[in-house]
Structure formats: C-alpha cells, structure tokens
Design a protein around this ligand. Structure first.
Ligand SMILES: [Zn+2]
Length: 300
C-alpha cells in the first residue's frame, strides 16, 4: 500500500517541523530575556572602570546577611583562636590598617575612571578571626567578616605579604564578586531551563554554556582575580605595607602549591608566573599610592 506510506511521511513531517520551531522559539525567547537581563543589570564598577553584571534584586544588605550566616557556620565548624591571642591581635591590626584606607583608595581609583566610588564599605561590619587550621587560606565575606587560617602564616612570613593576601580578599568583597557569581548562576539556571524546555540534549547544552563562559567550576573568574590583586595591592601600599613583598609571596605560594587543595587566592588562574608579571606592572602605581596615602612613607 504505497499510499499509506506516503501519508505516514506527510504526517510525520509537520510534527517534526513544529517541534523544531518550538525549540527555536524557546531559545530565541531565552536569548532575548538573557540579553535584556544582562543589559538592565549591567553597570560600570567605579573601582575598576569595568562593566559588571549584578542582579539588582541582590542587594548589598542581602549579601551581608548571607555573609554573616556563612561566617557563623564557619566559626562553629573551625577552631577560632581567642581574640586576645598574639596572632589574632597582629592579624587584626593589619586588617584595621587596610580597612582605614578603603575610603581614600576607593575615591582615588574611581577618580581615575572619571567616576564616583559607591563606598559599599560603609554598610560593612568588619570582624577578623584567626582559625587554627593547616589550610593555607583566608577569606572576606560580603559585609566584612574575615578569617585567616594559621596555615597561611608560614607562607606569608611577614606582615607585608599578609597584608597583600588580606587586601586581595577584602577587594573581592568590595567589588561584589560574590554577587556577580550569584547573578551568573541565576542566568545559568535559566539557560538550563530553556535548554531542557527546548528539548536540547545535555551534551549540546553544555557546549553552548561553555561557549558563553557559563558553568565553569572555577571559584572566581580570572578577571576577578586580577581585579582583586590590583585593588588589594593598592590597599596594602596605601596602608604603609610594602607592595613589593607580593612577588616573593607568590613565589612561596607557588612552591607551596604542590598537590592538595588550592587556596582561593592561589587559584591556578592566573598562573603564578602571569600573576607575578602583572603585579610587577602594577608596582609603580602601588608605590605611588604608598607615597600618596601612607603618612610615614611620605615623611620618610
Ligand atoms: Zn581571589
């Protein structure tokens, strides 16, 4: 029965086309929404002069609340040293010097980009804890809750290098890198939903996501690491620490990184070599900031 066969083919085709059409529509709608979302949440960060996308529904207050929650959890799980221990006092003093220079350094950096600093630090409630642990690590959560692990002490070796690491962590919080990651995660979820709704298979979806830079397991994007390095270095220099100590610090960090989990700030992107050459390029500016903002350096 040749007629039945051709009828079959004729019936199948419109269904296939309809399915293909639907798939394209879902993707077009998603792309449209993603573009709208992207541009309506895009702004220029005054401290870096670079475009950032932060979901406007994620407020600094919300971030601070999340940061505080995470901090309390960490303090319960880890072993914090008493606040009056010698190390706690030393680390606390470094933090205080860095924090004091956030307003003038923010103003100077924003002015370089012809912008005004937003001074997000005004809403921060700073606290620093030293955690007894072999981890070579430190962090600063949104809202200003910081921690330094004792495992970092032998790698940092001196207050200047410690200030470089802590400045880097403070910079991530000031630049709202966490909120940027949350925003990216939100878009990623939407993309996955659109992909699933359009009937795209998992493999194709991943290729598409990766092409757009989504779905990477990396803790911070490379550009965010570079931004944190720069702002952190300027803060350390302005607070009278020696920014040149950042180079031997990264050399020690690199030597120390053989195997095991990588601490956040020693992540493989940028690599130690790239990082050191980028820091060296920033050194003249850091030394200028030191002369400009560090009172004792200006006198000496
Ligand atoms: Zn980092």
């Amino acid at each position: 029965m040749p007629m039945a066969g051709s009828e079959d083919t004729m019936n199948r085709n419109p269904v296939g086309t309809r399915r293909g059409g639907l798939r394209i529509w879902v993707l077009v709608l998603f792309a449209g929404y993603a573009a709208y979302y992207w541009f309506s949440n895009r702004s220029i960060d005054p401290l870096t002069g670079q475009a950032v996308v932060i979901d406007r529904s994620i407020s600094p207050e919300q971030e601070t609340a999340l940061g505080l929650q995470a901090y309390q959890q960490v303090l319960q799980q880890e072993r914090p040293l008493p606040a009056d221990a010698q190390v706690s006092r030393q680390v606390g003093a470094i933090a205080q010097r860095l924090i004091a220079k956030i307003p003038p350094v923010s103003d100077a950096l924003a002015a370089e980009h012809g912008l005004q600093a937003s001074h997000i630090e005004k809403s921060f409630d700073w606290k620093v804890s030293v955690l007894q642990s072999d981890q070579v690590n430190a962090f600063c959560l949104p809202g200003g809750k910081m921690a330094v692990y004792t495992g970092l002490l032998p790698v940092a070796q001196n207050a200047d290098a410690m200030a470089v690491v802590m400045g880097h962590e403070i910079a991530h919080a000031l630049l709202r890198h966490g909120a940027q990651r949350m925003t990216r995660g939100k878009l990623e979820q939407l993309g996955q939903m659109a992909g699933a709704a359009s009937g795209m298979d998992q493999g194709t979806m991943q290729t598409v996501m990766q092409a757009y830079g989504y779905g990477s397991a990396l803790p911070y994007a490379r550009s965010q690491e570079t931004q944190a390095d720069e702002l952190g270095l300027m803060l350390a220099a302005a607070a009278c620490f020696d920014p040149r100590e950042s180079v031997p610090l990264w050399e020690r960090m690199d030597k120390n990184s053989g195997g095991g989990a990588q601490p956040e700030f020693a992540s493989t992107h940028p690599s130690a070599g790239t990082r050191i050459s980028e820091l060296e390029k920033l050194m003249p500016k850091a030394l200028q900031y030191r002369v400009k903002f560090c009172e004792s350096a200006a006198q000496g």
